[in-house]
Design a protein around this ligand. Sequence first.
Ligand code: ACO
Length: 337
Amino acid sequence: MSSAELSVFIRAIGVHTPERKLTNAELSKMVDTSDEWIKTRSGIAERRIAAPGENPSDMGAKAAAKALERAGLTPADVDLLIVATMTPDVPFPSTACLLQAKLGLRRDIPCFDVSAACSGFVYALQVAKDMMRSGAYRRTLVIGSEKLSSVVDWSDRTTCVLFGDGAGAVLLETTPEKNVGLLGNLLGADGNNSELLHCIGGGSAAPATTDSLRDGKHFLRMNGKEVFRHAVRVMAESCERVLAQCDVKSEQVAWFIPHQANSRILEAVASQLNVGMDRFPSNLERYGNTSAASIPLALEEAWTDGKLKHGDLVLIVAFGAGLTWGATLLRWHEPPR
Ligand code: ACO
């Protein structure tokens, strides 16, 4: 069989979230906000906050170890590692290399990060799939891991209420079987709107100085209203385009797993697609927006809750800073528990 015919499916999945919960009530003591405002505008009740020294490579390694354990595999079985993160442990080396060392993966494998903010997991899935379909890599760990608490300005009520920390990992594997796993996908970007959600300090353009620290340039800044508008339009369009590409009707999709940005964004996307919210599982209430970790976290939860069944069509869709977006249609392959 020619290697071009290989499919790529999710063989196993694992997650890790920090212990510490930060509730809306606690946030109300830190900034001028309320549980009612946060819940109504975002659907979030609490989020997890990583402990000092608990970094994306640590959380990602724990999520990946869980996926490997569930698959009955060891680190030696992994042929490729891709980490999606917008909060890398350090500017360099990549979080993937740090994670490789923590997990004890082989040294003869490529390990690299993908930078596409909240769309990072969907981007990484497609990169992995395209590298694997050639037959060069049999098993790949794709990990979304974020410590957004490290880039949030805890005095800015317009952003600090929305984000949280966590990690999710999938172990992808190739199979000669047809019509399984990752079926169709689409990625896009619009750098002309990069200033809608960004962090301008700490890179080579504006290295850390006492002035830049004083001016809070190392924090995430967002134009919430504009991001909201773009997110709804682009997420709905991406779903429609992937469905058309795969010749699948939205009624045939069992579950939509969107990036968990905000419950009102999810409701608006579902409404544009004419799909009921009962097919849009969400864990926003407990985790907030965990960027690249949010889709694997939501996917794992929908599966452990017994929602996802073998053979189900699942459509994942993301939107994030960049701006970036992406969608992937997959046929769910029941992973080991
Ligand atoms: N608590 C209380 N009041 C607040 C808070 C808060 N936490 N934040 C803002 N307000 C105030 C504002 O100051 C404003 O007051 P004003 O009318 O006196 O000026 C008022 O509430 C309304 O503010 P808006 O910004 O108009 O509120 P909006 O309804 O747009 O909701 C929100 C803000 C929740 C940020 C919304 O715009 C949104 O969800 N945007 C998308 C954000 C998002 O999901 N980003 C990430 C997606 S991409 C990614 O994941 C990287």
